[in-house]
Design a protein around this ligand. Structure first.
Ligand code: IMP
Ligand code: MG
Length: 334
């Protein structure tokens, strides 16, 4: 039986999935890493051997020589993928021979990007994501198997995951987050893909194969896009500066707010979270304010230990034992 570990974001993206994927990939010895949703809109910041990389479409497996797949839940932009491959290879990360694209993944065309470039309603990343998924569901899209330049990378996911008796251990690296999910996010200020653990299964996995579901959340929230998100309080400017909260893909300012416990609780239940990482707790330490929002009200803590024990207790109530909860700081770079 294959074993699948899934990484999902419990907020609005940018909570540290790339870093956790990189860490798990090093320690858990996966046979495959698969990206299961989204496309060039993602920006995963990774520190590999002390050097900073931002990946967009390529799964983290390439950093450790692990077979890395862009799954059928994604939309692939062949042009920017070629650039991403060149950039990694010119920095001595071997990609060719490790990277594969599901034959049935849909593709992003130049006209999708042009159309998305005119968006003034959502504040998209302008990577053609919405138009590409729209065409997929309107049954007028183009799959990877029909794009000449992707030929060397094509893979059949049924054959790969179910075609042999071998037991595979697969890491499913998600993109975006619960608050941006097409169904569970704050519609229409969402992306066009499934950002939950269910979205991972759509890439050819049976529910029984799921071993762990890693939920990733930041100690405060950030959101990039056109809705009004940040409360009018200078403290959030401070958090943005200290936390370096600017988009990895677009360089835009990320709006900030306190961690919303209700959102986290919804995301934990819907994703079936078994392990949880709370990232960037050191940013709040540096700013010297620890707060969360619960039932629409701000709850304040005197010190980080109080916030940690509050979160740990909440998670225990939701069935996640303290031994599966990790608070990480920016310096935890590997
Ligand atoms: P799209 O996915 O480019 O269509 O953008 C839709 C919304 O999702 C916008 O508010 C984007 O800023 C946001 N978004 C998309 N991808 C990411 C991401 O990887 N991190 C954070 N926000 C994202
Ligand atoms: Mg990001």
């Amino acid at each position: 039986m294959n074993q699948l570990d899934i990484i999902v974001d419990l907020q609005y993206g940018d909570s540290g999935k790339g870093k956790v994927a990189h860490f798990l990939c090093r320690t858990k010895k996966y046979t495959h890493v698969i990206r299961y949703n989204g496309g060039g809109n993602a920006g995963h910041t990774i520190f590999h051997n002390g050097k900073k990389f931002v990946t967009h479409q390529i799964p983290v497996g390439v950093f450790y020589g692990v077979k890395s797949i862009i799954g059928n839940g994604c939309v692939v932009d062949p042009e920017s993928l070629a650039k991403e491959i060149r950039d990694l290879e010119s920095n001595s990360i071997k990609v060719k021979g490790l990277l594969f694209v599901a034959r049935n993944a849909h593709t992003v065309s130049a006209s999708h990007k042009k159309e998305d470039g005119t968006d003034k309603k959502i504040g998209t990343t302008k990577q053609g994501i919405g138009p590409a998924y729209r065409d997929k569901y309107a049954r007028i899209g183009k799959r990877a198997a029909d794009v000449k330049t992707l030929k060397p990378y094509l893979i059949d996911l049924y054959e790969e995951f179910h075609g042999s008796k071998k037991n595979l251990t697969i890491l499913a690296e998600g993109a975006q987050g619960f608050g941006l999910d097409i169904d569970w996010g704050d519609y229409p200020f969402v992306t066009s893909s499934h950002c939950t653990s269910a979205g991972a299964l759509l890439n050819g996995f049976a529910p029984q194969s799921v071993r762990h579901v890693w939920g990733i959340a930041k100690a405060y929230e950030t959101y990039v896009g056109l809705k009004n998100f940040e409360p009018n309080d200078k403290i959030f400017e401070k958090i943005r500066e200290v936390g370096e909260e600017y988009g990895a893909t677009t360089g835009r300012k990320r709006q900030c707010n306190w961690m919303n416990i209700d959102l986290i609780e919804h995301a934990i239940k819907i994703n079936g979270i078994t392990h949880l990482v709370i990232s960037k707790i050191d940013v709040l330490n540096q700013v010297g304010v620890w707060k969360v929002i619960q039932n629409g009200k701000v709850v304040s803590f005197k010190k980080p230990a109080d916030m940690k024990s509050y979160i740990t207790k909440l998670l225990a109530r939701l069935g996640i034992p303290a031994k599966n909860v990790y608070f990480s700081e920016r310096k935890d770079r590997i």
